[in-house]
Design a protein around this ligand. Structure first.
Ligand code: FES
Length: 107
């Protein structure tokens, strides 16, 4: 299974294997990864799943759609060039090793 590495605000890293087709938000909340809240369950209405994608992987993702783009304007931590909602990042084999820094704060 492809792996994701979550980098916590203190620099610690959590690595998980994620089934293809599962979002990085669902993977994180299912494994109690601190800092990914996912209040809305993935319907892009909370922005509490904000992550900063490692630039090496950001270009492998489809660009954010209109709704995600709008929600990224309301994140608790300031938006950065590779900001994404982790509920919209769907694991695929090509993303093996994707590294995302967890935004802080989320609320
Ligand atoms: S879980 Fe709510 S926007 Fe991603």
């Amino acid at each position: 299974m492809p792996r994701v590495i979550y980098v916590h605000p203190n620099g610690e890293r959590t690595e998980l294997e994620v089934p293809t087709g599962q979002s990085l938000m669902v993977a994180a909340t299912g494994h109690d990864v601190d800092g990914i809240v996912g209040d809305c369950g993935g319907v892009m209405s909370c922005a509490t799943c904000h992550v900063f994608v490692d630039p090496a992987f950001a270009s492998l993702l489809s660009p954010p759609g209109d709704t995600e783009n709008q929600m990224l304007e309301y994140t608790a931590a300031a938006r950065e060039p590779t900001s994404r909602l982790s509920c919209q990042i769907v694991m695929a084999d090509a993303l093996d090793g994707i590294t995302v820094r967890i935004a802080d704060p989320q609320l």
